[in-house]
Design a protein. Structure first.
Length: 621
């Protein structure tokens, strides 16, 4: 395997040593040996993922409420794209959603044209919908398959980053285990079941590795471009908070590598190539990204957002508990947020001995820099008050313990920096002691992760499903675990008082099969007074026509309308997706990105084929 050393400008051999450091008489590993080593690495990764993903594969548990909520949303998109390939922005329901204890929303009802997909993971849920159609409308199977791919992406991404930095395979596996077995990473899937965040943070390391390969490897490989494109798709279409904070984190890591001169400035052509591929990947989600950027600031959810402190969680003793536990005060039973203290301890001790004492100036700089990055993440984890003076945009983190992901990634970066140091490779006795301790710490971390994933939780939330399949209640019936009701009401509309006797409830059946249109006659109360209809107040995303016009929103978050003219008898109601500039430009971006990706793939394949022919011709000649 050709990798890039810690300075990411030197080619290194499969063992992790630079070619300059390899003794002249040392034979190169034969291909069979490399294949055996790769097969063993694949087996180790599969075994780790198999253990940690066992509850997904071998149970029907619905875990926490968001797992089944998002599975249901995927089923709705599956039905939507079946009736038209373009995904919809909306869900359409008419029932009342019972709120779990501890939630206090001003809008307790659900309704028609609730624009969940426009602001909350619409592209990823649409992709799961497409996949489920391809699998014969098996939504849960598609949901589980994407979850397994997320596990694999996380493991592969961290492992690849370590190999690019020149780490040996054992160190690379330890770094990957550090991430996928970390407490908060597993909590994202099982405890909180914030599945969108789980998929996004899983894609982040693979995005970083493919980016580094494109910017600094001697040759650009088709696999690197493919992984960059795929991860850009997932990062751009899954979880906005991860997209924001992940970009900040990667920018800090890049700044550390460039400032310490561990890597050279990348060639302009490579930067341009990255920008084009990332633009195309993110652009595949443009149909939802541009409307979200344009209209999210108008919604209730964004205005209500704040950083919530959890004093019983955000303490040093709790975060650094060497085992894993959940405080009794937690309303989420399986909310494990402990940091990877075992791996951090190894990195600090080994780094202090190997880098700070025996390492080169570059290795010492990197050790100090990544220690500082870890300390910065820890500072914001432990200090709730500091968030009050942070920019409002960063409040999307919502809870400080969500930074556990980036603290874990910073520990992985520190571990990779130490693991790739020349002092760890020489002399042999010191290396054996350090590697033995690393394997021990990784084994403890994996054991804790397996315990967290496999041990049944006897305090499962009441709203969760024991059988995840029970959540698929139909496209117009909310699952019992649903709680995010009318988060996206437009706050710019004035509140209009509507007499309860002048409120009209339309059945979900009046919405077309694609879920984004109504053309019906409705019996409306007579007179010019305001009328309420159970269409969610989001005029940015819909157009309302016929015999009615919008005058505001009710106190419950629905549209308040009045007759556009003196019409007697039933009034015609026409509702459809708006054709505003953000929506049209977003769809155009998606179409151009898809076409650009296909053309780029074809051009790359043709170019590679031509090179093979030239090489073959030169060999014959």
């Amino acid at each position: 395997m050709t990798t890039v050393g810690l300075d990411l400008a030197r080619e290194v051999g499969p063992g992790g040593r630079t070619l300059q450091q390899r003794p002249a008489a040392a034979p190169r590993p034969d291909p069979a040996s490399e294949r055996r080593a790769s097969a063993l690495s694949l087996a180790v990764a599969a075994a780790v993922i198999g253990v940690l993903a066992a509850p997904l594969l071998f149970t029907e548990n619905g875990f926490a409420s968001d797992f089944t909520n998002l599975a249901w949303l995927s089923s709705v998109q599956s039905a939507t794209v079946t009736h038209g390939l373009i995904p919809s922005f909306f869900i359409n329901t008419t029932g009342t959603s019972p709120l779990p204890a501890g939630y206090a929303y001003p809008y307790p009802q659900t309704g028609l044209f609730d624009p969940v997909y426009a602001f909350y993971g619409g592209p990823l849920l649409a992709n799961v919908g497409y996949l489920s159609v391809a699998l014969g409308h098996h939504v849960i199977a598609a949901f589980v398959l994407v979850s397994l791919l997320a596990f694999a992406a996380a493991y592969r991404g961290v492992y690849w980053c370590a190999r690019l930095a020149g780490c040996r395979r054992v160190v690379s596996h330890a770094a990957a285990i550090t991430f996928v077995a970390s407490a908060y990473y597993l909590t994202d899937l099982y405890g909180r079941s914030d599945w969108l965040e789980f998929v996004a943070v899983s894609a982040l390391p693979l995005f970083a590795a493919s980016l580094a390969a494109i910017l600094w490897q001697p040759k650009v490989r088709a696999s690197s471009l493919a992984w960059l494109y795929v991860t850009a798709v997932f990062l751009g279409g899954s979880h906005n908070t991860t997209l924001l904070w992940g970009s900040i984190f990667l920018a800090l890591v890049a700044a550390i590598l460039l400032a310490s001169r561990a890597v050279p400035l990348p060639a302009r052509r490579r930067v341009l190539l990255f920008a084009v591929v990332a633009f195309l990947g993110v652009g595949l989600n443009g149909w939802a990204i541009l409307p979200a950027l344009a209209y999210a600031s108008h919604t209730y959810f964004v205005h209500a957002e704040s950083v919530i402190g959890t004093p019983f969680m955000d303490t040093f003793t709790h975060l650094f508990d060497p085992l894993r536990m959940v405080p009794r005060e937690s309303t989420t039973p399986a909310l494990y947020v402990q940091v990877v203290d075992w791996m951090l301890a190894w990195a600090l001790v080994a780094g202090a001995v190997l880098c700070a004492v025996r390492g080169s100036r570059l290795e010492r700089r990197l050790f100090v820099a990544f220690c500082t990055l870890s300390g910065l993440c820890l500072f914001y984890l432990l200090n709730r008050q500091i968030w009050q003076v942070m920019p409002h945009l960063l409040w999307t983190i919502q809870n400080p313990f969500l930074l556990g992901t980036y603290f874990t990634l910073s520990v992985c970066a520190l571990l990779i920096a130490v693991g790739s140091s020349s002092a760890l490779r020489n002399p042999r006795a010191r290396r054996r002691v350090a590697i033995g301790a690393l394997v021990g710490c990784a084994a403890v971390t994996l054991a804790l992760g397996a315990w967290q994933a496999l041990v049944p939780n006897d305090r499962q939330p009441i709203e969760s499903y024991v059988n995840r399949y029970d959540a698929l209640t139909g496209v117009n019936t909310l699952p019992k675990s649903w709680y995010a009701v009318l988060d996206w009401v437009d706050q710019q509309l004035p509140v209009v008082a509507v007499d309860p006797n002048r409120f009209v409830t339309l059945p979900a059946a009046v919405v077309d099969a694609h879920g984004d249109g109504i053309d019906t006659l409705m019996n409306t109360p007579a007179g010019p007074a305001p009328i309420g209809i159970n269409v969610v107040a989001v005029p940015d995303l819909i157009t309302l026509g016929g015999d009615l016009r919008v005058i505001g929103r009710t106190s419950s978050g629905y549209l308040a309308v009045t007759r556009a003219a003196a019409v007697t008898g039933p009034a015609r109601l026409i509702v459809g997706t708006a054709r505003s500039k953000p929506i049209l430009l977003g769809r155009l971006w998606t179409a151009l990105s898809a076409a650009g990706a296909l053309l780029g793939t074809a051009a790359f394949a043709v170019r590679a084929r031509r090179r093979q022919r030239v090489t073959a011709a030169a060999g014959i000649g």
